[in-house]
Design a protein around this ligand. Structure first.
Ligand code: 5GP
Ligand code: MN
Length: 326
């Protein structure tokens, strides 16, 4: 049974434990790593033994600027213990990877997330789909529990906030208020924002140029809303930085003629990680809920940004997506 909790309730769960495993989702982004780094450091500061990990546990180079990522250990090295497991930014149990042995041994599992598609798991669920980032929820939890938010914690949490809000393009007043609190706590933002949002290798520009020639526009798709598609085959992915590949979706979502963007990434041969993005008209009207499309394929996310992983050849995967998008 899963008990829903708010920030104060989540802080009470944290306060019950002296040994805590902090996990975020597979193929972590800045919100997954930033929120977990912030929580891990706050718990260590009050003497808690913390194991900070994800499956399998190698931090992508582009995210190593987030304070605390140097203390991430491989999942295989995390001991099973009877304390607490916290999962951050994981919309479903499978997003945590192969963590069953840890969940089974733990006396409590606290799930902290902001994805509306989260079905609810763990012993305690702190879920707020209105929150701009999971980092926001960690800040709420730390403030409710009276933890000290130092410069490093604030910087880690800011990493999640600035990326999940598309540099504050969405998230509104509450996101700016969270930023204000993190800045007041000493968050260092300039180098971090460059590292997370702008930096890439020179070699990537050539790959990007070639990939952009492959983007397809279907102006009449999705009931006339238009869709852009790009598939990145395994041989291209194998030679590129994961973070650079993930950034491709931002080029697609800017296309005026399309309200829906689909990026297919063949990280493993025959297995496509799909990123879906959607944009409504004025005031968000006519927004296609891509989290429903992702959920139909075993994934999830937010109405305007969602993902899933589908096995099969590219034509089949594309056909299934096209049918679901309508
Ligand atoms: P992205 O396209 O950036 O990987 O993901 C967009 C959103 O969808 C993120 O909030 C991410 O957590 C969620 N998401 C991506 N892939 C999956 C998936 O396979 N399952 C679920 N439940 N959510 C996903
Ligand atoms: Mn997030």
């Amino acid at each position: 049974m899963t008990t829903p909790v708010d920030a104060a309730g989540a802080a009470e769960v944290l306060a019950r434990h002296r040994e805590v495993t902090v996990l975020c989702h597979v193929r972590p982004d800045a919100d997954a790593l930033g929120s977990s780094c912030g929580l891990a450091r706050a718990l260590r500061a009050v003497g808690v033994t913390v194991h900070h990990s994800f499956d399998p546990g190698v931090v992508p180079a582009a995210l190593r600027g987030i304070p605390g990522t140097d203390r991430v250990v491989p999942l295989a090295q995390v001991p099973a213990h009877a304390g607490l497991v916290v999962t951050l930014d994981c919309a479903s149990p499978d997003r945590v990877g192969a963590w069953e042995r840890l969940a089974e041994t733990a006396s409590e599992v606290l799930v902290v997330d902001h994805h509306g598609s989260n079905p609810g798991f763990g012993s305690h669920l702190y879920l707020d789909p209105a929150a701009a980032s999971t980092a926001t929820l960690v800040l709420e939890m730390l403030e409710a529990g009276g933890y000290i938010v130092d410069t490093e914690i604030a910087t880690s949490l800011y990493a999640g906030l600035v990326t999940d809000t598309g540099s504050f393009r969405w998230g509104g007043g509450p996101a700016h208020d969270t930023a204000r609190r993190l800045l007041a706590a000493g968050a260092e933002t300039e180098q971090l924002s460059h590292d997370l949002l702008d930096a890439h290798s020179f070699a990537w520009l050539r790959v990007l140029g070639e990939l952009l020639t492959r983007v397809r526009l279907e102006a009449d798709a999705v009931g006339g809303r238009g869709a852009v598609w790009l598939a990145v085959p395994h041989e291209v992915i194998a030679a590129a930085d994961e973070d650079d590949v993930e950034s491709l979706v931002s080029h697609l979502r800017g296309v005026r003629e399309a309200r829906v963007a689909v990026l297919l990434k063949e990280y493993l041969p025959g297995e496509w990680a799909v990123s879906l993005r959607s944009r409504g008209g004025n005031g968000g009207r006519g927004l296609v809920d891509v989290s429903a499309v992702a959920a139909a394929l075993g994934g999830g996310g937010h109405p305007a940004a969602a993902g899933c992983t589908v096995r099969g050849d590219l034509e089949d995967v594309t056909a299934r997506l096209r049918e679901l998008l309508g």
